[in-house]
Design a protein around this ligand. Structure first.
Ligand SMILES: *[C@@H]1O[C@H](CO)[C@@H](O)[C@H](O)[C@H]1NC(C)=O
Ligand SMILES: *[C@@H]1O[C@H](CO)[C@@H](O)[C@H](O)[C@H]1NC(C)=O
Ligand SMILES: *[C@@H]1O[C@H](CO)[C@@H](O)[C@H](O)[C@H]1NC(C)=O
Ligand SMILES: *[C@@H]1O[C@H](CO)[C@@H](O)[C@H](O)[C@H]1NC(C)=O
Ligand SMILES: *[C@@H]1O[C@H](CO)[C@@H](O)[C@H](O)[C@H]1NC(C)=O
Ligand SMILES: *[C@@H]1O[C@H](CO)[C@@H](O)[C@H](O)[C@H]1NC(C)=O
Ligand SMILES: *[C@@H]1O[C@H](CO)[C@@H](O)[C@H](O)[C@H]1NC(C)=O
Ligand SMILES: *[C@@H]1O[C@H](CO)[C@@H](O)[C@H](O)[C@H]1NC(C)=O
Length: 816
């Protein structure tokens, strides 16, 4: 602009001063002086344009509008005062300052801008001087208050934003400053430029969020815009999860059961995030803080926080693993087991369940061995190193449990040794070898071995029963039961020796007089397993089944058989003493001979007579015919039938009385005087009954009568006597079957008597029949001596000696 004004001035000069040169007498003006100056004025304000330091004699102000060449006059003064031209009105409140040629413009309008030329003529002593003053006036406009325009007031992070600092008026050059206001009200300059009102944020970040203002300034003034908010939209970022109480493990977060656990999710976002919580992929809560009061073990799992920016419709998610810790139920359990062939002890401790695994520790604690661990631990201890009665304690601790739980086990060794015994099953089918060693912890191990050392069967704890099929091959063999306890280095043992029974008797032959009791003895000398003696009678019958006849007396080794009231007919013979155990059997015979007493002597009735005519009492006297033993007498009578009546059967002999061996006479009383009687007397020696005496009728004292009657009676008497003898014999032989009949006829006084028993001097010893198998040993099976004796019969043909039919002597006495 300046240059353009200057460029024009040369042309104007000639035109402007032509009138002056023609009318005024101007001396040689000499050279024209040119002076240029610049003045700035602010629109609406005052400005002074100077034309030389002193008042010239003549001056003229011209004005050239910018962009034109034309100089137009504004005011002049040819000595008669200043004369304002019309144009001056357009240039504001223009006045000429008195006593000078300077122009004063009040309220400078924009139109006043241009080149002002003051042509001044000074009439000096040296001559007139012409000055050209060029004053370049700029009218400056102050900046108005700027305003901010944003391309996007809510840009998304990462995009670009352009801010423009808008300005209505203001003379350039304009300086722009962009400021951001911090939270604290501090301003930071973000950008600064001249004449560029744009602020280019090519990639916004969230830190760009805030208040912005621009400051525009020029030569005149400076103006600030109002604040404007730039809101950066972003997020959500990857959420952060805070777990309270805080506890991290290698597998994630952990919490103790029943605690209150709070999960706080935070994800930076604008606008702020919306939060949704998921447990194992199912939605459980909406909001940033998810609180679980009294968390339980079943709440273990994956917790995910989803943060959403609803404006951007973006989301982000973070998942954590939360493990709920809880202790195992109950207490640890201890067990102690033998290992390594019963030489070592395994201490097991187990406490299962619980998260995380419970930690266990054996006490006494030994560093370096397996004394510590989790859930299941096993500590091995060398058995014999452990003292008797040692206590081992396993302590379990868990992070979710304050107190320590424990279990304990005590090891101890039973005292003494194992105990052995043998017995057999019923019928000696099996042999059982029993071994026991009770007590102890852990329990002792027992096993059987033969005497050669071979193990038999299996090994067992505390008790071991070895079952063997019975066999005679075991007789004489030994079996050893070994007992091993962990705490002892050495094994202990007990020994069994199996032996078949061996039987001995004191006397293998016994003889005894009949009627007495006799005792047969049998001794069991070797015998294992223990068994009992069994007695069989002469008919090979088991004596236990006949209790009245046989009595058994048992002592440790003895078993005596008493045969009661021996009878010469039935009780003689071989008796068997027998014993059988699982490894063999034995039996020995004992011979018993029951002897009869000798026949008493025959008797003679020396006197038989009624002692009165009344025929009610009879006096009897008798004498033994020979010497011999006898123990008594008995008297019998027979009432003969009435000869008139027909005789149907023989009248019976009626026993009247038993008498002492000293008696030689007897009076029979209370007879029927009308009856006819006969009498006889018999001697007895214990049970041996002698021959009856001759049969005699009593005689009347002085009277001789009845020969016919007696004669008739004789025939009947012979038959009756034979029948009576047969009856006696039958009764004697069957006295066991008909004891009452026997006693009726013979009386009881002889049955209890004991007589001398003769013992043979030799002993019979029955040796064990070792090669007999079990089960075959029953005496009833073995072909023992047959003891079938002839049974007494009613017919007298087979009678043994001493009981043969008796010759009957009938003597008919006729008293003179
Ligand atoms: C800007 O200038 C124009 C013309 O010069 C004027 O009309 C207007 O009032 C001015 N605006 C301000 C805010 O000064
Ligand atoms: C702002 O900056 C970007 C990247 O530098 C450019 O592409 C863009 O043209 C600029 N905009 C303005 C108005 O200067
Ligand atoms: C954003 O501002 C914060 C603090 O005001 C600062 O720590 C961070 O580094 C800034 N981030 C960037 C990308 O400039
Ligand atoms: C949740 O997931 C965890 C890990 O997969 C699992 O142990 C837990 O049983 C699950 N919980 C439910 C209720 O399904
Ligand atoms: C186990 O111990 C017993 C005696 O203590 C011994 O006889 C046997 O040979 C041992 N067995 C093994 C497999 O060591
Ligand atoms: C071991 O101790 C227990 C308990 O005190 C006791 O009964 C047992 O007899 C002891 N054993 C030995 C071999 O001393
Ligand atoms: C068996 O008899 C013998 C000899 O008579 C006798 O010594 C023994 O004591 C008797 N035993 C019993 C148990 O009666
Ligand atoms: C005894 O009497 C019987 C017959 O009555 C006779 O056979 C026997 O010879 C007599 N004995 C003596 C020693 O006279």
């Amino acid at each position: 602009m300046v240059h353009r004004v200057l460029g024009v001035s040369d042309i104007c000069l000639t035109v402007l001063f032509l009138p002056f040169l023609q009318g005024v007498d101007i001396l040689d003006p000499g050279e024209v002086v040119y002076s240029e100056s610049r003045t700035n004025g602010v629109v609406g304000h005052a400005v002074i344009l100077e034309c030389g330091p002193t008042l010239p004699d003549v001056y003229i102000w011209g004005f050239t509008e910018p962009g034109t060449d034309t100089i137009r006059a504004v005011v002049y003064n040819f000595g008669k005062g200043p004369k304002l031209q019309k144009l001056a009105k357009d240039l504001g409140d223009l006045t000429v300052i008195s006593n000078s040629a300077s122009l004063s413009i009040e309220k400078l309008p924009m139109a006043a801008e241009g080149v002002y030329t003051c042509q001044a003529l000074y009439d000096t002593t040296e001559g007139a001087r012409l000055y050209y003053y060029y004053v370049y006036l700029r009218v400056l406009v102050p900046v108005t208050k700027p305003y901010i325009l944003m391309s996007d007031p809510s840009p998304v992070e990462g995009t670009s934003v352009i801010m423009r600092c808008g300005l209505e008026n203001g003379t350039g050059p304009i300086h722009y400053i962009w400021e951001q206001e911090s939270r604290e009200g501090q301003f930071t300059t973000m950008d600064e430029s001249n004449d560029n009102n744009l602020f280019n944020l090519t990639e916004v970040i969230r830190n760009h969020t805030g208040w912005y203002r621009c400051i525009a300034s020029n030569q005149v003034n400076e103006q600030r815009s109002d604040r404007i908010w730039l809101d950066i939209i972003f997020g959500p970022d990857l959420p952060q999860i805070n777990v309270t109480p805080f506890s991290v493990t290698e597998r994630g977060y952990s919490a103790l059961e029943r605690e209150t656990v709070s999960l706080l999710c935070q994800a930076s976002s604008n606008p702020p995030s919306q939060y949704v919580w998921f447990y194992n992929n199912s939605q459980v809560y909406t909001g940033p803080q998810f609180t679980i009061t009294k968390i339980l073990r079943m709440h273990t799992g994956h917790y995910a926080c989803l943060a959403q920016n609803n404006y951007l419709n973006t989301r982000s998610k973070k998942t954590i693993t939360l493990t709920v810790y809880y202790p195992p139920d109950g207490a640890p359990s201890c067990s102690i087991l033998p290992v390594n062939n019963y030489s070592d002890l395994a201490l097991h401790c187990s406490w299962e369940g619980g998260v995380p695994a419970a930690s266990l520790r054996w006490s006494p604690y030994v560093f370096g061995d397996e004394s510590e661990g989790f859930t299941n631990i096993t500590k091995i201890q060398t058995g014999p190193d452990i003292a008797n009665n040692s206590l081992f304690i396993c302590q379990g601790s868990h992070v979710a449990q304050n107190e320590i739980s424990s279990c304990s086990a005590r090891t101890w060794m039973p005292s003494g040794e194992p105990k052995c015994s043998a017995y057999a099953t019923r019928n000696n089918e099996y042999l059982m070898l029993s071994c026991s060693w009770e007590g102890g912890f852990p329990r002792a191990l027992l096993w059987w071995a033969s005497s050669l050392g071979d193990m038999q069967g299996t090994s067992e704890q505390n008790a071991n029963i070895l079952v063997l099929r019975s066999s005679t091959t075991y007789s004489g063999k030994a079996f050893v039961c070994h007992g091993k306890h962990l705490l002892a280095k050495e094994t202990k043992q007990c020994v069994l020796k199996l032996e078949a029974p061996v039987l001995v008797t004191q006397r293998s032959m016994m003889s005894v007089y009949e009627g007495s009791d006799v005792q047969l003895t049998c001794i069991l000398s070797k015998n294992y397993p223990v068994t009992e003696i069994t007695w069989y009678n002469n008919l090979k019958q088991h004596v236990d089944n006949i209790p009245m006849k046989y009595i058994l007396d048992r002592a440790a080794a003895w078993t005596n058989l008493t045969v009661r009231e021996t009878d010469s007919e039935t009780d003689s013979g071989e008796y068997w003493c027998s014993a059988t155990n699982a490894v063999g059997g034995a039996e020995i015979p004992v011979m018993l001979m029951v002897k009869r007493y000798p026949m008493p002597p025959n008797l003679t009735i020396s006197r038989i007579i009624y002692n009165s005519r009344h025929r009610t009492d009879v006096d009897l006297e008798w004498l033994p015919q020979t010497d011999g033993d006898f123990t008594g007498f008995f008297i019998e009578r027979q009432r003969l039938p009435d000869p008139v009546k027909k005789r149907s059967s023989d009248p019976p002999w009626q026993k009247l009385v038993d008498l002492d061996p000293d008696a030689r006479s007897y009076q029979v009383n209370s007879l029927d005087p009308t009856g006819t009687y006969v009498f006889r007397i018999t001697a007895i020696n214990h049970r041996t009954i002698g021959n009856p005496s001759e049969i005699k009728s009593p005689a009347d004292p002085p009277f001789n009568a009845y020969p016919a009657v007696i004669g008739a009676a004789i025939g009947g008497m012979i038959i009756a006597t034979i029948a009576t003898v047969l009856l006696f014999m039958f009764v004697v032989r069957n006295r066991n079957n008909n004891p009452r009949l026997h006693d009726l006829i013979f009386g009881r006084q002889n049955s209890q008597s004991r007589e001398n028993i003769n013992f043979p001097e030799d002993e019979v010893v029955g040796r064990g029949e070792g090669d007999r198998g079990p089960g075959e040993s029953s005496p009833s099976d073995s072909p023992g001596p047959s003891m079938a004796l002839p049974r007494p019969t009613a017919t007298p043909t087979n009678l043994p000696p001493g009981e043969e039919p008796v010759n009957v002597t009938i003597t008919v006495m006729a008293s003179s």
